[in-house]
Structure formats: C-alpha cells, structure tokens
Design a protein around this ligand. Structure first.
Ligand code: B4P
Length: 189
C-alpha cells in the first residue's frame, strides 16, 4: 500500500505517539513538525529561536517558516515512497502549500487520519506529560490556548479533506495499542 498520510488531531490526541508506531508498521518516515522545531530549539538555530517564541505561547509558528521547512524535508529521498505527516498541515495556507509541494513532486495524498479525543482527556494527558518531559508548552494555560488555536485554525481542515474523500476519523481514547489497531483498520478499509 502506498502510504502518504497526514495525522491530524488536537494537542494530546496521540499524533506523535501513533506516528512513532505507524512508521515501523508502514515502513515510511514519520515527519513531525513539532519534533523538527524542538530539535532546532535545542540546537539554538535561527529557526529554533523563531519557533520557540511562538511555541512557548501555544501559538503556531508562521506558515512561511513552517512551509519552507516541510518542503525541504519532503524533498529528501526517504520520503519518496511515502510519509506520515504528524502535525502538518495545521492551517489552510499549509494545506494549499502541501498541495503545491506534492504536485511538484508528482505525488498525492492517500489518507488523512483524524485522531479524536475530548478536551478533558487531552488536558489530563498533557499535564501528565508535563511532569515527565517538562515541555514549556504543557502548562495548563498554554494547553488551553493551544486547544483554542486548534479549534479555530486546524479543526476546519478536516472538512476540506472529507470533501476530497480522504478523511478517516479514529477514536483516540483507550490503550495506545488499540488506537494503533483502529488506525491500521481505517487505512485498510
Ligand atoms: P506538536 O509537537 O505537534 O505537539 P502536540 O500537538 O502536543 O502533539 P504531540 O504529538 O506531541 O502529542 P501526542 O498527542 O502524541 O506541536 C507543538 C507545537 O509546535 C505547536 O503548538 C506549534 O507551536 C508548533 N507547530 C508544530 N507543527 C506546526 C505547524 N504545522 N504549523 C505551525 N506550528 C506548528 O501525545 C500527548 C501525550 O498523550 C503524550 O504524553 C502521550 O504519551 C499521551 N498519549 C498518547 N496517546 C495516549 C493514549 N491512547 N492514552 C493515554 N495517553 C496517551
């Protein structure tokens, strides 16, 4: 199966968690814009300095920064046969830019998996993660703001992909293994 897949869902729905498992099962690289930003923050690159100023407040990094970064990543050879995009696109401008990138690469999307989870669950997961990882954007105020930004900027994108017949909705509640099995079943269907 060709696998050019987007994982979409609110913060804490399990995108990163599931991407790490699906990459092995599907044999394609997981490309997480959040992870790439965090690596740049840790290395104190110019991109990292820009990203940090937005991420710490729970805001999205500007589209022009994010789009250029993804365009470079998708052009790498390991993404030629497929990819799992975790956390991109998050805005309508990013949807349009991804369309342009894929046209330039002569490829197209196979599926968009929306992982759903209610607000209480995602807030509690992210507060748990905060105790372990101490991410600057996992404080309760910033989490709530990220959820608002998600509802305004990213949730509407699911309708775009539904119209294209690409959207598969998967319940993100339950054991991590169960959610992985649901995603694989949805992709097979
Ligand atoms: P991300 O890194 O994408 O962060 P996230 O939305 O919190 O998702 P993540 O993948 O980390 O968490 P997951 O749900 O797997 O983005 C961070 C920031 O980067 C954004 O706010 C933004 O500033 C910037 N950014 C990224 N992409 C961008 C873009 N395209 N445009 C602009 N800005 C962008 O897991 C959360 C927790 O839940 C974990 O602790 C996990 O262990 C737990 N969990 C997962 N599944 C579970 C389950 N089934 N049961 C119990 N716990 C579970």
């Amino acid at each position: 199966m060709s696998a050019r897949i987007i994982l979409i869902g609110p913060p804490g729905a399990g995108k990163g968690t599931q991407a790490a498992r699906l990459t092995e099962k599907l044999g394609v690289p997981a490309i997480s814009t959040g992870d790439i930003f965090r690596a740049n923050v840790a290395e104190e690159t110019e991109l990292g300095k820009t990203a940090k100023s937005y991420m710490d407040k729970g805001e999205y990094v500007p589209d022009e920064v994010t789009n250029g970064m993804v365009r470079d990543r998708l052009a790498q050879s390991d993404a030629a046969e497929g990819f799992l995009l975790d956390g991109y696109p998050r805005t309508e401008a990013q949807v349009n830019e991804l369309d342009a990138m894929l046209t330039d690469l002569g490829s197209s999307l196979d599926a968009v998996v929306e992982i759903t989870a209610d607000t209480d669950e995602v807030v509690s997961r992210l507060l748990e993660r905060a105790k372990i990882q101490g991410r600057a954007d996992d404080t309760e105020d910033v989490i709530r703001h990220r959820l608002e930004v998600y509802a305004k900027e990213t949730q509407p994108l699911t309708a775009i992909y539904a119209d294209r017949g690409l959207l598969k909705q998967v319940d993100g509640l339950g054991e991590v293994d169960e959610v992985t099995a649901r995603i694989l079943a949805a992709l097979d269907a």
